[in-house]
Design a protein around this ligand. Sequence first.
Ligand SMILES: [Zn+2]
Length: 291
Amino acid sequence: MAKYQRQLGDIRIHRIVELTEAELAPRTIFPETGPEDWDRHQAWMPPRAMDPSSGNLIVVFQAFLLQTSHHNILVDACVGDNKPREDNPNWHLQQRGSFLPLLAQAGVTPEAVNYVMCTHMHSDHVGWNTELRDGRWVPTFPNAEYIFSRKELAAWEALHQKTPQPHMTDSVFPILEAGQARLVDNDFAIDDEVWFESTPGHTPDHVSVRMASRGARGTVTGDLIHSPVQCLEPSWLMFADFEPDRAKVTRRTFLDAHCDTDILVCATHFPEPSFGHIVRRDDAFWFAYEE
Ligand SMILES: [Zn+2]
């Protein structure tokens, strides 16, 4: 189970892995790169971070369950089941049925989740906010407060006005309608153990989730970084970065702040085991997996 859990002071961290994909070619995810940029990473990326047969990047889709002495906190909510996602055949109307059983394995029922903290409103982070019941999208976690950045929500609502966003319709708006959303600023803290840290650029008000307990520290990255290759290449543009220049500054700041510290990094989309530390490597960084 070491692959899926860590203890951080009094906080138990569980990875709830919905799926692991090797669907996208490196140059699709990082559109400004050329073949020569990848040559220098061929020696270390496969098989963990790159599929040896297809050459595609390995990307994990997961949530982190934080069990503190007071609360069960779910950070992000993956893709979800039964969601219409015409733009992604892999996710479209998927019925994996695995997410809630994995949560149960961690000892937590949907009713026992106290908070759902949302790092940003991309469709692979809000899916399990809701589930389909009797033809309606209802909150999956009936007793939870869903913590949304007010500014992030406003940006997606504006976008939805212009171009309808299916994931807002089925995974975010039902939470607002159920009265379970708490709209907050990007420095919101649940208590002195778990809080938001502003890490903008990937989306308008992207946040990471910081943790501290009994002197131990950790961060759930969200999508400020997607692959360990970005530790070595922090300036690479990722195709879904909303404000690329800002995202690059955020990534560099994050890497500097975590480098050669004891801060446990829970890297949302990184390959197994996704836990590790940032260390210095020449004039850039390296992700040292905590096995
Ligand atoms: Zn994502």
